[in-house]
Design a protein around this ligand. Structure first.
Ligand code: 4AD
Length: 466
């Protein structure tokens, strides 16, 4: 009978069993006319398949057929699992398959736009080879992204997206256990939700509309609808022409909005426990994925405390000033000062994950609640991994007249958000929340250098395909 088996689960316990596997033909190596070694890969797992005419196991024609396969063709191999005398080099599985039958079910073109083994090589290996005078192919980012479906076949990339899925899983399960309800807010909306400049505009049955820059207004309206705690995992659209290592035009937002009983520290407490839970899970339960990523993109494990460090913006400014960084105490931090502060925080507190709160009101969105004791500051926060922002959040203004005044002061046409403001006219309560960029979390946790690496099919100002 047929026994479909995952390549990753082939081991000595299956010795002498007949199995059927399916995967990409990674390499074919002919040994004379009568024998061939075929390495088949699926996800991060590889196995060596041996074709030999000896004892009539396969025909000479099949050996020839194997050798003529184009790399990356999808093949099915039917054969017997054997444990070789010596350890096998170059495959993940430590058993071989003695092939009885080989089928090609999806032919690849003979010349690939990029070679998967080239794409999977680490920069370190390339440099090492260069020292010995060997020039290896370095696949540049444009080639990778133009052929993303091939680029994604590397082990590291397969692992990155499995890890990303785990972040979503833990985000969801943690919040469910804290009585948050998962919601989905509309992505087609009438106006900007985070300030006017950078929205994708579109025509909605003759009416001007745009793609949501965040679930901000609707997640708050969900609270106005009576929900006490909500979260959302969904796409977020930003039209700004930012060509950086950390900006996408479409990313996955993890959003949270919750009732506050007494203090916005209740929101910070959720951030703290949520992210420590996520990091612990990744480190404990996803070790093999992290190893796989590490092989191609070496990184040091993230240093974080089991009670997340909380610093005020003022303290941060003081640390920067003391270190000789010139900085406006009521301005926003730029990328460089955020990184500098990240380094200072790491030196002083030995953590690469921390919360900076009480930002100047002037640099936060109109819906942000001013501090009760000093209106120059706000009940708001950003959260950083390795000196880069992954979260921004705040307590919101839930009093409609103040909210209107705050929007007008920012030059926002209040008529475009009247439904949002009105939602607080029917019995509102203090609340706050935050938004997380999923791709940034995975990029920074793994110390990757570009957000395009953690977006399956990234969208940036110059890329809409594939
Ligand atoms: O800082 P942002 O714009 O804040 C909001 O959208 C608020 N509504 C959040 C809130 O609840 N107050 O976005 C939140 C997070 C950022 O910290 C960052 O991680 C990510 O979303 N982000 C981006 N990720 C990729 N590409 C972009 N262009 C991003 N812009 C923001």
């Amino acid at each position: 009978g047929r026994k479909w088996t995952e390549i990753g689960s082939l081991d000595a316990e299956l010795a002498d069993e007949t199995v059927l596997i399916r995967g990409y033909a990674q390499t074919m190596r002919a040994v004379g006319k009568n024998m061939s070694f075929l390495v088949v890969r699926r996800s991060s797992a590889t196995v060596q398949c041996v074709l030999t005419v000896k004892e009539g196991l396969v025909s000479g024609q099949m050996v020839k057929f194997c050798n003529s396969l184009a790399r990356e063709s999808m093949v099915e191999v039917y054969g017997v699992v054997t444990v070789p005398m010596e350890p096998i080099k170059g495959t993940t599985q430590q058993v071989e398959i003695q092939v009885r039958k080989l089928y090609c079910i999806g032919r690849a073109v003979p010349s690939l736009p990029m070679n998967i083994e080239d794409a999977a090589r680490s920069e370190e290996d390339i440099k090492e080879a260069e020292k010995d005078g060997n020039k290896l192919v370095r696949v540049n980012q444009d080639t990778r992204l133009n052929n993303r479906y091939l680029d994604l076949r590397t082990s590291a990339n397969q692992a990155i997206f499995q890890l990303e899925c785990s972040v979503e899983d833990v985000f969801r399960s943690f919040l469910r256990s804290e009585n948050f309800v998962g919601i989905h807010t509309p992505k087609l909306i009438a106006g900007a939700s985070e300030g006017g400049a950078s929205v994708f505009k579109l025509d909605y049955h003759g009416q001007p509309a745009c793609l949501a820059q965040s679930p901000q207004l609707h997640k708050q309206m969900a609270l106005s609808s009576g929900f006490r705690r909500v979260f959302e995992i969904g796409p977020v659209f930003r039209a700004e022409d930012s060509n950086t290592h950390r900006h996408l035009c479409e990313f996955i937002g993890l959003d949270v909005e919750m009732e506050i009983n007494e203090h916005y520290f209740e929101v910070l407490d959720i951030v703290d426990r949520l992210f420590v839970t996520i990091f612990d899970y990744l480190n404990e339960k996803c070790k093999n994925l992290l190893d796989e990523i590490n092989k191609q993109f070496p990184f040091k494990p993230l240093k974080y405390l089991h009670k997340t460090l909380l610093l005020t913006f003022e303290e941060g400014i003081k640390m920067l000033k003391d270190a000789g960084v010139e900085i406006d105490p009521f301005g926003d931090l730029n990328t460089e000062s955020e990184r500098a502060l990240g380094r200072l925080v790491f030196e002083k507190y030995a953590t690469e994950f921390y919360i900076l709160h009480r930002y100047p009101l002037a640099v936060r969105p109109f819906y942000t609640m001013p501090c009760y004791d000093n209106q120059l500051y706000s009940n708001s926060f950003d959260v950083f991994i390795r000196g880069e922002e992954i979260i921004s959040g705040a307590q919101r203004v839930h009093e409609p007249d103040l909210l209107t005044a705050r929007a007008e002061a920012r030059g926002i046409d209040v008529s475009t958000i009247s439904a949002y403001i009105n939602s607080f006219r029917y019995g509102s309560f203090p609340h706050g929340g935050f938004g997380v960029g999923l791709e940034r979390v995975v990029m920074l946790f793994c110390g990757l250098s570009n957000i395009r690496q953690t977006s399956l099919f990234p969208r940036d100002p110059h890329r809409l395909v594939p």
